[in-house]
Design a protein around this ligand. Sequence first.
Ligand SMILES: [Zn+2]
Length: 296
Amino acid sequence: MAENKTTKAEAAPKKVTQSAKKAEPAVKKAAQTIKKPQTIAVTSPTGGSTVGLRIGAVALWLLALICEAFAVMALLEYFFPPFGMSPMAFLIGMIVLDLAFTILAAQLWKKANHIKPMSEKRGKLLFYLWNELGVIMACICFLPLIVLLLKNDKLDKKTKAIATVCAMIALLISGTVSADWNPITAEQKEEAEAQITTNVYWTQFGHKYHLKWSADGDEESCCTYLRGKEPYEGTVTQAIEAGRTSICAYCAAHYAAEMGLELEDLNVEDRDTAEQPGLNIKPGTQNDTQSNTEDE
Ligand SMILES: [Zn+2]
């Protein structure tokens, strides 16, 4: 397996399978060394260009705004819904399109920010606005419509109620999906690439990456959150560009010291907990791991 990886240095991150791992030596120390090919090149799969992603995001936000404008114009009776559509069908159709466009735009925008993060030197406010532009645009693309719907007294009650609730739910969904919960700075990404030379692991729906995983899942070689799972494996660059922007707090608390990582320079999930290894970190749903933290 290690040989395969060295020949495909820039291959996309692959899903680690239990069966593949079983072929490796049972001795866990040996498994550890085999599992960490040092030769994987830390290069950006996209070459670092984010212009296309950002143009795509802006274009999609414009389409979302156009949908909102159509809905607003129909509400204000500048025109009647085409093709004999009922006002309700037209409004809900525009809200659904608006939702789809804002979500897609925000995903492209976040992807661009993970490939080429903003420097922390630009200041906290600008950093926040830039990384959460998806949330801001979700508000711009739904709030005016919601306000107009609430103030409207020409629609029948049912249409008004249903359209308003749909728009509010759409705003909630779009805002949540568009948020970048743990944005990374350019400096933190550079530090991560310099410090973490071994492969990292992440799960399909997780927002962070993990430092250690092994199929046997013991405490020294596997993060408690990854026990019994088959995570994706790749370079830290690949993890960040896949949207896993921070180190898992458990891994930071348990493995950073032995790996010689300087956590203060890195993006760490739940930083306060991570920097005090004595603290009991809630190990998710796996109760059998609770004892891990007690004997420290
Ligand atoms: Zn972890």
